[in-house]
Ligand binder design. Structure first.
Ligand code: ADP
Ligand code: MG
Length: 334
């Protein structure tokens, strides 16, 4: 059974960046205003994420790593109200099947924090012979999750991830996207033992500030804001795109649908074709686009690793987006 679970878990969590994405979304779901990540060896040896969100209460500490646990938790609300991020209850469970996982968490009303270790979905003793119950400890409100030795028990998966620096780049990429999208939240990423962060935003900074901090002020100074909504198609869009006189080295699209980072080949292509009409060949745009669509119109949550997203009225919405970008590029810096 454990082998089957391990294989299933390896499908959900394929590399450190997937684990970070899931845990980052959990921190956001917990209402965090500050999220810091520390990694060792590109997250393969260790990744740790600390937030100042509402925390996990003592009772839930027992079951947070059980598969499909979400509905059993005390804070559980109507699924539709939390449809923006995860509601599968698979992330922590999966991680606990392929790594050593420990959690320190404290809720607002609790006099102390609790610490617990997990293996294969269940509480496990910190050391053989010790009790496995969550243990009271010191800690501020919020949650710290530590994942060590990812894929220690899935050697084929572990071997497939060759370079820690490649994994670190992927972590940087996903955290950069989420940092830009969540401008109310202060985000930082550090290598273990180093003091200067690889990535840092401050709570309360604007989206443009964050793009400047992460992607450079050059790009940030060339951005045009876009905004549109349509009741009939039930969508809203907001974002920033580089103007038609400017090119970035690498085409970059930070795309969010219902606050989840996703990829859409159709949106990518639509953007490229608009810019191709304005920019000389071999030049590229930078775009941050946040789309909000009725949750029931999106199949983004079908499978966590399925990054390519599709949605209802896709053609119409992509066309609207294309027109919006096109109009904005003609309008220039007005
Ligand atoms: P899901 O997010 O789909 O419910 P996860 O496996 O990602 O499933 O998380 C399981 C549960 O653990 C969450 O529903 C949440 O109640 C709790 N949890 C996880 N991370 C945090 C966190 N950083 N702060 C507070 N609660 C958390
Ligand atoms: Mg989750």
């Amino acid at each position: 059974e454990d082998v089957v679970n391990r294989i299933a878990a390896g499908e959900v969590i394929q590399r450190p960046a997937n684990a970070i994405k899931e845990m980052f979304e959990n921190a956001l779901d917990a209402g965090a205003s500050s999220i810091s990540v520390v990694v060792k060896s590109g997250g393969l040896k260790m990744l740790q994420i600390q937030d100042d969100g509402h925390g996990i209460n003592r009772k839930d500490m027992d079951i947070v790593c059980e598969r499909f646990t979400t509905s059993k938790l005390t804070k559980f609300e109507d699924l539709t109200t939390i449809a923006t991020h995860g509601f599968r209850g698979e992330a922590l469970a999966s991680i606990s099947h392929v790594a050593h996982l420990s959690i320190i968490s404290r809720t607002k009303d609790s006099p102390c924090a609790y610490k617990a270790h997990y293996r294969d979905g269940k509480l496990t003793p910190p050391k053989p012979g010790k009790p496995s119950d969550p243990k009271p400890c010191a800690g501020n409100q919020g949650t710290q999750i530590t994942v060590e030795d990812l894929f220690f028990n899935v050697p084929t998966r572990r071997r497939a991830l060759k370079s820690p620096s490649d994994e670190l780049n992927r972590i940087m990429d996903i955290m950069s996207r989420y940092a830009v999208h969540n401008s109310g939240v202060g985000v930082s990423l550090k290598k273990h033992g180093e003091t200067s962060p690889l990535l840092r935003t401050t709570p309360g900074a604007t989206t443009r500030d964050n793009i400047a901090a992460i992607y450079g002020s050059k790009v940030a100074n060339e951005l045009l804001e876009i905004e549109d909504a349509d009741e009939e198609l039930a969508f809203k869009v907001r974002g920033f795109i580089t103007n038609a006189n400017y090119s970035v080295k690498k085409p970059t699209l930070l795309l969010f649908i219902n606050h989840r980072a996703v990829h859409s080949t159709n949106i990518r292509k639509a953007l490229d074709s608009v810019y191709a009409a304005y920019l000389p060949r071999h030049t590229h745009c930078f775009a941050y686009i946040s789309l909000e669509i009725k949750p029931e119109h999106v199949d983004v949550n079908v499978h966590p690793t399925k990054k390519e997203v599709h949605f209802l009225h896709e053609e119409d919405i992509v066309e609207r987006l294309q027109q919006l970008v096109s109009k904005r590029l003609v309008g220039g810096n007005m």
